[in-house]
Design a binder for this molecule. Structure first.
Ligand code: SF4
Length: 256
């Protein structure tokens, strides 16, 4: 718990709460992407939250398609939830090369784009001639999605729609997640329709902030939503602090 020290000895576990009044700000990205699906945090199982995100997305932004496909692995539970709620069949349309490097950590754009095609391949018999809706956990730069959509069209998909289980990422994380500056986020200076055009999708929709909070099932006051709302749970010079009404000196970012 916030403000708790736990001592584990060979014979017992001892808890020392030293500050019970600390406000909470649990990272919403743990439920959306980081945590293992079988983890339980604050009583909320990650897999169950991701399925609920998919269900809410299906209600908020339905689509007339033939099948629902995840971007493996992190979009899988979101896509299952979308499929169950929309009653549209779920299919695995991408085969993932588990030995390929993670594109997120490669240093430059050219390497990231090249890595996507060695990392994932479409299954032609599944996608050929189909209207497909792909579900992913989030969009940061959009590089991977653009390449995957073009690969699906190359494999014969007639339409490719995209649904995202996290609201647009617009602000950096100062709490340890490797997001650097605003100009790295495609959503900072592009509308949803501009992003749709850039990635080459037939339609694009993100879950709403209220939909995400509903799926997580924890009060908004106990969550950190800074990278999607721009309001930080602690004071960051030049950024909005959600417990104060004033901005720090030199604020230049988005407040909503
Ligand atoms: S800013 Fe975003 S990634 Fe960072 S702790 Fe908050 S919710 Fe998590």
């Amino acid at each position: 718990m916030p403000g708790e020290i736990v001592e584990i000895t060979p014979t017992e576990i001892i808890s020392y709460p030293y500050n019970t009044s600390s406000p909470r700000a649990h990272c919403m990205f743990e439920w959306v992407y980081f945590a293992r699906p079988d983890s339980v945090m604050d009583g909320r199982e990650v897999y169950d939250v991701r399925r609920k995100i998919g269900e809410i997305l299906a209600r908020e932004s339905p689509a007339d398609v033939d099948l629902i496909m995840p971007i493996p692995d992190s979009g899988r539970a979101h896509a299952i939830g979308f499929s169950v709620e929309s009653k549209i069949p779920y299919e695995e349309g991408f085969m993932k090369n588990r030995f390929a490097e993670r594109t997120f950590i490669l240093p430059d754009q050219r390497q990231r784009e090249a890595a996507v095609s060695t990392k994932m391949n479409p299954i032609k018999s599944t996608v050929n001639g189909k209207r497909i809706l792909i579900v992913d956990d989030s969009i940061v730069r959009g590089t991977t999605l653009k390449k995957l959509i073009s690969m699906l069209r190359g494999a014969g998909a007639t339409e490719v729609h995209v649904r995202i289980g996290c609201p647009p990422v617009i602000a950096p994380c100062y709490y340890g997640v490797d997001m650097k500056t605003r100009d790295q986020f495609i959503a900072t200076d592009h509308s949803v329709d501009q992003i749709r055009q850039i990635i080459g999708a037939d339609s694009l929709a993100y879950i709403s902030v209220s939909g995400l909070i509903e799926a997580v099932g924890i009060p908004e006051a106990d969550l950190c939503l800074a990278c999607v709302c721009g309001k930080y749970p602690t004071t960051i010079p030049g950024e909005v602090h959600r417990y104060q009404s004033t901005l720090g000196e030199g604020f230049v970012g988005k407040s909503e």
